[in-house]
Unconditional design. Structure first.
Length: 232
């Protein structure tokens, strides 16, 4: 594995899980010959008592072809590994930024799921059908299924429904909360950028696209990259 690939995996694990681990391989003289990164999602950290003191070990919790191909043993001692961790609460394991700011991420994901659902529906407002007379429950279910199948979803946006039997379609306009959904999504992107120390203009969200990114890149190196480099 090349150094850029190794660094990418270590940084990804630190940002997503708060910890990154690499096995230290040595040659016959005991000198370090290679560092083999192990995805931290494969591991189960444990504290055991041995030799009169507590020791941190990492048990491999998966038995997949990828783990066997990487040569990951069933248990690794912390002294035999390179353990990179984010800011820790207990001095043993790190905590990722995502785990510390779960509310921000949860709200951003919720806004994205809502936008996806509205996009699948063609960004239409809610609508309902009315009939001249009374209709039974079976007819209501049948009409709902037929109407959603024929005119629901983004691919059916703009099609003209043809109604009969005294049916009339009436629409409900989008409420203010739905109209502000795009602004909410943009705010969620800005919040996540702040979590990782990324200057928002570098994300090119459309609101603030810098003409000269040089000062923003320097700020990105100071606020986002420098802390990670110091940990490694």
């Amino acid at each position: 594995m090349t150094w850029p690939a190794f660094a990418r995996q270590i940084v990804a694990d630190v940002l997503l899980r708060g910890n990154a681990l690499a096995m230290i391989q040595t040659d016959g003289r005991g000198a370090v010959s290679a560092l083999v990164p192990v995805p931290f999602g494969w591991l189960s950290p444990q504290v055991i008592d041995g030799a009169g003191r507590a020791r941190l070990v990492f048990d491999c919790a998966v038995n997949t072809p990828a783990a066997r191909l990487a040569g990951v043993p069933a248990r690794m001692l912390a002294d035999d590994c390179l353990h990179v961790r984010a800011r820790s609460d207990d001095g043993v394991l790190g905590r990722s930024v995502l785990s510390r700011a779960g509310g921000v991420v949860h709200r951003a994901l919720g806004a994205d799921e809502t936008a996806s659902a509205m996009s699948d529906a063609g960004w239409h407002g809610q609508a309902y059908l009315t009939a001249d007379g009374r209709i039974d429950a079976d007819t209501v279910d049948r009409l709902r299924g037929q109407f959603q199948q024929a005119f629901g979803g983004g691919r059916s946006a703009g099609q003209m429904p043809i109604l009969g039997n005294g049916l009339t379609i009436k629409s409900l306009s989008l409420n203010p909360e739905q109209l502000q959904l795009l602004a909410t999504r943009e705010f969620g992107v800005a919040e996540i950028c702040r979590l990782f120390g990324i200057p928002e203009p570098l994300m090119q969200t459309g609101a603030r696209v810098p003409a000269d990114p040089t000062p923003w890149l320097a700020l990105f190196a100071q606020t986002a990259l420098a802390p990670i480099v110091c940990e490694i």
